[in-house]
Design a protein around this ligand. Structure first.
Ligand code: ADP
Length: 623
């Protein structure tokens, strides 16, 4: 089995571009937030500077009144900083919430726009993980971490600038000692991801082991496995302990190194500044202000360091979320609208995996409007695959599948719905009102049209709905059973009003209890349309205008039922097998090797279909 093709992940450039786009989408709020936080960071510089002035005033023998004025100004600045910071934060959180809402909306619309085949191959798990895991991570970062880091960066820049402006020489010496922080951070970041991954993994293993022992407690007891389980648990616990010690060791290096790096610059500024002031080359107040600035630096730097990991994991999540923005080869009909209703399949070759072997080997088929064509053949012949190509879920590797001269896979969903619709038993009832469930097929339909569509498929129950078309459907609300759900799905087909229906019998109408009810509804839906039925019951083939026999990815026979039976080929053999009539001597069924899931027509000999018969071929339900 080939591994599922993963959904794409955005590259570094695409991530940067997307981030810029998000800022641009709410540019005014972003600028306001930036201005306020810049003002707050500026106000934050006033207090240490004023303290420096106080020192200078005292040294110069200034009076108490001058100091009082400075103290008052200091209090005013502190209040201004507090208010600006609070408001700046509020704006930051709002910006974050709005942006994360935008990402969620984008994600939903992109997920819905993904080609069905892409989601099928990647598996819905990946998509669900991105929606439920990565999108919230990005949202939380935008709301909390990003504004905090932005503010911290602004404060850091202001503080560093102030230090260098106030006391250039002493400040520069002090800042040199700050270099310990990036060195320690680099050292830590190189080791931390692997160490934390290992810790998470051993923790999962420990939890798993404990849960397995608890779940199998009786077995453990019955087989006297207590000691073995204890040993296993202890071994895993010891591993977990080691992994915890490893991460603790990393932190026990990082935090002291960072703390020392915060103190050393202050010491260096005081020493250098003191020396300079002693030699009459400096201003004591400025040195004090610088020391205070450097002391203040620890808060924003701590915030940046603590959020660094957060930002890193969010970046990875954002790349996965943005990955959906790059759909492989966007379909493009070039605005062409099908001219007529004719379906043409010509020279179609198709493989599920790029470079894999073909499943269809040059299929040609022409279906005239209004015709009923039955596709028959053994399991694995390629009938469902051809069905997927006919409704545009897959694109041919070579050749073309067109409706009215336009490739089906290039039609947008709106246009496609009006031309070709696939009917299977996978009829999903959306958790929404009856009306919304129906409007999916025809957004502009009025209530009369919706009711007429329900009526057309014999959904008499619709008249008894407690709130009419507004009745909410879904688990825990008004629940529809299988046949009603199928009627709802068929009403959608009536509303979409396609000229061609691809009917996959393999999954449709196999529930005998619901069969009669849905059969009538289906007949109503199919009447007047071109029908290509992937027939698993030969009764369908018998009633069709023409039958195409598919075998090994090729059309081996095509024609009206009677002609094919008379021709005595593979279809005739299949028909006899199904119908239970002995083969006529003149036309022995050709012997072929069985298909992947069962026997090929003609290989199972006369009589009623035995266990060897194509499991896809079933008799009609009685009655
Ligand atoms: P039928 O409908 O006639 O039973 P299918 O079209 O389902 O046949 O299958 C044709 C071939 O394509 C089979 O060999 C099957 O194993 C293969 N196939 C079908 N679906 C997939 C898929 N999603 N990925 C890879 N191979 C597939």
């Amino acid at each position: 089995m080939t591994p599922p093709a993963r959904l794409p992940v955005a590259g570094a450039r695409a991530v940067r571009r997307a981030a810029v786009e998000l800022v641009r989408a709410d540019a005014r709020a972003f600028v306001r937030m930036l201005v306020l936080n810049t003002a707050a960071a500026g106000a934050g510089l006033a207090a240490p500077w004023l303290l420096g002035r106080v020192v200078d005033t005292v040294v110069a023998g200034g009076g108490a009144a001058a100091v009082d004025h400075l103290a008052l100004a200091l209090a005013g600045c502190a209040l201004a900083q507090f208010l600006l910071t609070r408001y700046g934060r509020l704006l930051g959180h709002r910006f974050g919430e709005r942006t994360s809402a935008r990402i969620r909306e984008q994600f939903v619309s992109r997920a819905l726009a993904l080609p069905a085949a892409t989601v099928e191959r990647a598996g819905t798990g990946d998509l669900a993980a991105r929606g439920t895991g990565d999108v919230p991570v990005v949202g939380a970062t935008l709301r909390d971490a990003a504004p905090e880091v932005l503010i911290a960066v602004l404060q850091t820049v202001f503080l560093l600038a102030a230090v260098l402006v106030l006391a250039p020489l002493a400040g520069a010496v002090g800042l040199l000692f700050l270099l310990g922080i990036p060195v320690a951070a680099r050292w830590y970041l190189r080791r931390a991801p692997a160490a934390y991954l290992a810790q998470g993994e051993t923790h999962s293993r420990l939890t798993g082991t404990l849960a397995a022992t608890a779940a199998g407690a009786r077995t453990v007891e019955a087989l006297g496995l207590q000691e073995r389980r204890t040993e296993v648990t202890e071994a895993v616990a010891a591993e977990w302990l080691r992994s915890r010690e490893a991460t603790l060791a990393l932190r026990s290096v990082l935090f002291p190194a960072v703390d020392v790096s915060y103190v050393l610059p202050v010491v260096a500024v005081l020493l250098t500044g003191g020396l300079l002031v002693g030699h009459g080359a400096g201003d004591l107040g400025a040195v004090v202000s610088c020391a205070l600035y450097l002391r203040q630096l620890s808060a924003p730097l701590d915030a940046i360091l603590q959020r660094m990991e957060n930002l890193q994991s969010s970046r990875a999540s954002f790349a996965r979320v943005e990955g959906l923005a790059a759909p492989p080869a966007p379909p493009e009909a070039g605005g062409r609208v099908p001219d007529g209703d004719r379906i043409e399949v010509s020279g179609v070759r198709f493989a599920y995996d790029a470079g894999g072997s073909d499943v269809l080997h040059g299929v040609d088929l022409s279906v005239r409007p209004g015709e009923r064509l039955a596709l028959v053949g053994p399991s694995g012949a390629g009938k469902s695959t051809l069905g997927r190509l006919l409704v545009g879920v897959e694109r041919p590797r070579e050749g073309s599948v067109t409706v009215g001269g336009v490739p089906v896979a290039e039609l947008g969903p709106e246009l496609l719905r009006r031309h070709v619709v696939l009917v299977t038993q996978e009829h999903h009832v959306f958790r929404a009102s009856v009306r919304d469930n129906l409007l999916l097929a025809a957004a502009d339909a009025d209530d009369d049209r919706l009711l007429a569509a329900l009526d057309a498929v014999g959904a008499t129950w619709a008249a008894e709905l407690p709130a009419g078309l507004d009745t909410p459907l879904g688990a825990g609300r008004y629940e529809l059973d299988g046949s009603r759900a199928q009627q709802l799905a068929l009403a959608r087909v009536v509303l979409a009003d396609p000229h061609t229906v691809i009917l996959d019998e393999a999954t449709a109408l196999l529930d005998p209890a619901a069969a009669r009810l849905t059969e009538r509804a289906l007949a109503a839906v199919l009447s007047g349309r071109t029908v290509i039925a992937i027939a698993h019951r030969l009764g369908t083939a018998h009633d069709a205008d023409r039958v195409a026999v598919l075998d090994g990815g090729r059309v081996t026979e095509i024609g009206p039922h009677d002609d094919l039976v008379a021709a005595g080929g593979p279809y005739a053999a299949l028909w006899r097998t199904w119908h239970g009539t002995p083969p006529e001597g003149a036309a022995p069924p050709p012997a072929r090797s069985p298909g992947p899931e069962g026997a090929v027509p003609g290989a199972s000999g006369p009589g009623a279909p035995g266990p060897d018969a194509d499991p896809g071929v079933t008799r009609e339900p009685a009655g």
